[in-house]
Ligand binder design. Structure first.
Ligand SMILES: [Zn+2]
Length: 358
């Protein structure tokens, strides 16, 4: 554990806000102070790509099943979030939104979470089908097809929940030059597909690179979402930190950077990613709230419904690391908020902390 960080740097804010506290009040809470230094507050988003059951190699279960929701979300994830008073963001794929049982489940959970959307284009009209593996990057569709699929997804969501989704993430993080404009026109406020320091070229997406992307929220360039620009939407990147080796040409591209993701590794390393991002973001902009964005999939926490947990012990390991991250957040008075809450948190902060744009 990093010694200086465990000092009571949040002493200006005692404990968590009461459940139901309007977000504006949370965001308006005075920044904590240590001596003469005012520190910005930190917030954690836990954003979960929520899909039908998969298996080894991400192969879809046949027939389609939703243990990752009936067991994963309902019995494992959501009770954990509720124990911590944490608000997760479930980003729902089209096949989930088409299933009446799943919709009923998420309608019940809606008061204590944020619901958004997640596009795996294979499941969306036009041309929807049940794929063996979801391999498409949405940026590879013609822009009019990408628009139709995003419109279909958004309409499914609105029909299911009677309100507009605020937040979106592309399947395989595959946004492209048309995506931001389409999402903005469909009324979204937050995009969350940018994975800083990652280059997805070797995963079948030549040129899909977020090298050099900011790690804190920003207004993206609509045509290059990994760069700041003038979009009306907010990009909330997944929290990913560079390793020393990533800076070395050649080798660097083959070394996985450090993700704020409970899928692998140890609890200590996961918490260290959060601590390091907070420290660096505060150094760069001391008065601006720090936003952490942890991601994983609902199917990771149930045995044999993703490539990451083939048995109960591995599934429990992922849940244990998530619990460690939530425990860290509670100890440091870091509120766990929805992705769609981030624009308000940043807009309520001091003028010098406003979201940068080009
Ligand atoms: Zn996905």
């Amino acid at each position: 554990m990093c010694g200086w960080f465990t000092a009571p740097i949040f002493e200006g804010f005692k404990g968590r806000p009461a459940p139901g506290t309007p977000l504006g009040q949370i965001a308006n809470a005075a920044p904590a102070a240590v001596g003469k230094y005012a520190m910005s507050r930190a917030y954690l988003c836990v954003s979960i790509d929520t899909e039908s059951d998969k298996g080894k190699g991400w192969r879809s279960r046949r027939p389609m099943s939703f243990e990752g929701i009936t067991d994963g979300v309902v019995k494992r994830l959501h009770p954990l979030f509720e124990r911590f008073g944490a608000k997760p963001t479930y980003l729902l794929s089209p096949e989930v939104l088409r299933d009446a049982g799943c919709v009923e489940t998420f309608r019940k959970l809606a008061p204590s979470c944020e619901l958004g959307t997640h596009l795996h284009g294979e499941y969306a009209e036009p041309g929807a089908f049940d794929p063996d593996v979801t391999s498409v990057f949405q940026r590879d569709y013609a822009p009019d097809v990408e628009r139709q699929k995003l419109t279909y997804l958004t309409d499914l969501f609105i029909r299911a929940f009677d309100h507009q989704p605020q937040s979106f993430r592309a399947g395989r993080f595959g946004i492209g030059p048309a995506s931001i404009g389409i999402l903005e026109s469909l009324g979204y406020a937050v995009e969350s597909s940018v994975t800083p320091h990652m280059d997805w070229t070797s995963s079948g997406a030549p040129g899909l690179s977020f090298q050099g992307a900011p790690s804190q929220p920003y207004r993206p360039d609509p045509e290059q979402p990994g760069r700041p620009g003038s979009s009306g939407m907010l990009e909330v990147p997944v929290t990913i930190r560079r390793r020393f080796l990533n800076a070395i040409p050649g080798i660097g591209g083959r070394v996985e950077p450090r993700w704020l993701r409970p899928t692998r590794g140890t609890a200590e390393r996961l918490v260290r990613v959060a601590q390091d991002e907070i420290a660096e973001a505060r150094r760069a902009a001391p008065h601006r709230p720090v936003i952490l964005n942890a991601m994983f999939h609902n199917v990771e926490v149930v045995p044999d419904t993703s490539p990451y947990a083939s048995n109960e012990e591995e599934a429990r390991g992922i849940l244990d690391r998530l619990r460690a991250l939530l425990t860290f957040a509670r100890r440091e008075a870091i509120s766990v908020v929805g992705l769609g809450d981030v624009p308000e948190i940043l807009s309520m902060s001091a003028p010098q902390a406003r979201v940068p744009s080009a």
